[in-house]
Design a protein around this ligand. Sequence first.
Ligand SMILES: [Zn+2]
Length: 476
Amino acid sequence: MPHLPAMDPWLWSRTLAETYAAGLDPQGVGRAQRDARLRRLLAAAAEGSPLYRERLLGRAGGAAPTTLDGVEPVSKAELMQRFDDWATDRAITLAGAADFVADPARLADAYLGRYLVWTSSGTTGQPGIFVQDEASLAAFDALDLLRFQGHGPAALPGMAFMPGQRYAYVAAIEGHFAGVASIERLDRIGASMAPAFWPALAWMRPAVQTFSVLQPLPQLLAQLEAFAPTILISYPSSADLIAQAVAEGRAALRLREVWVGGEQLSAEQRAHITRVFDCRIRNNYGASEFYSIAWECPQGRMHLNDDWVIVEPVDRDDRPVPPGEASHAVLLTNLANRTQPLLRYRLSDSLRFLPQGCACGSGFPAVEVQGRADDTLTLHNHEGHACRLLPLALMTVIEEGAQLTQFQLLANGVHELELRLEAGVGDPAAAFARAQGALTEYLAQEGLHNVRVVHGCEPPRCHPRSGKLSRVVAAG
Ligand SMILES: [Zn+2]
């Protein structure tokens, strides 16, 4: 039996009870919980983390702040550079954590005997390593159990993983990423509990299987058909691609729900996926830095779990943006994790608080999120047949295969990809050669031997439609 991260039943039940109470009264109980958690987090960070001690107390020393006022924002690059000074558990080191995540076989195992560790896929420039302690895992579980079905005032506990359902998780699974690590952990918990408590009910254990989005589509479709999921969990772009295949009769899937996250869900994608599968689609907003930032209510609006996470919309200079206005970035504070604290951590998403609230009646703030917007690329093989490539698959190929994160990939027509590198990439020629090798191999696997990969000398450009600096940009 693999070693699971720590899960104290008392802490877990208390977290569930607190989260339930906050759901009944987000503005009162929820706010009070949030403020108390923030004070404890600031005190723990100032006491146990050398990096935050410096930032929160200054060189002169003094008392830890009790609010975020005046707390300097921090970036992933800064935290990764000073990784060994970051955690309040001083046994957590970059060497140890990097060594742990370098072994794919240790996915969802306990790091240092108690933590879950995952990496961000580096799509914001540089991969990060995030260590989840027992308190943050309990918070994610509580949010899953209590809020996933909606944020209404009377939301009842509804299992995120329902007995008897078949879950297909289609994503980048070749690494310790937040999604696949969480799925694997939940599946292991199910496996460890089922025989102990209800051997006769083992059939009720939800079936969960992960599928790589990096493999050629026909192969993925065949695997999905064989598994016959009732729930598909994926990125909007790949769920859309699968829906397209089903609409064209290239695969037969009967789904009860589609859960998407990790990318912007466009109105067209939502309409298409819903039409093809004739089922409910649930959109969520999370990040490696906090897995369950916001979920969609039945009105189709995102509501922030602001009893567990603080997000502050800010402009280019980290100044607050008023409600109703879209931000340039957000500053995220994870209230659950006091082991590897995140205080005013800069995320490059654009977010807008909706001042008018939401018709569903939830007391959790309604927000609109503009996450990453990358394009699905359409390329042609030598016979002229179109083949669509997912942005997250292409990014993973470059990041993992070439260890390169500062790039932009553009489609020039249907037979050529142009890779542009950001200023600051050490040896551009060597970096390009590595990326070209990884991409060429991936393209060949997709039957696109004819597609050329060229080195673009200009710097990355903003997306023609969103104006954002996307990593993968379609032709035109
Ligand atoms: Zn709502």
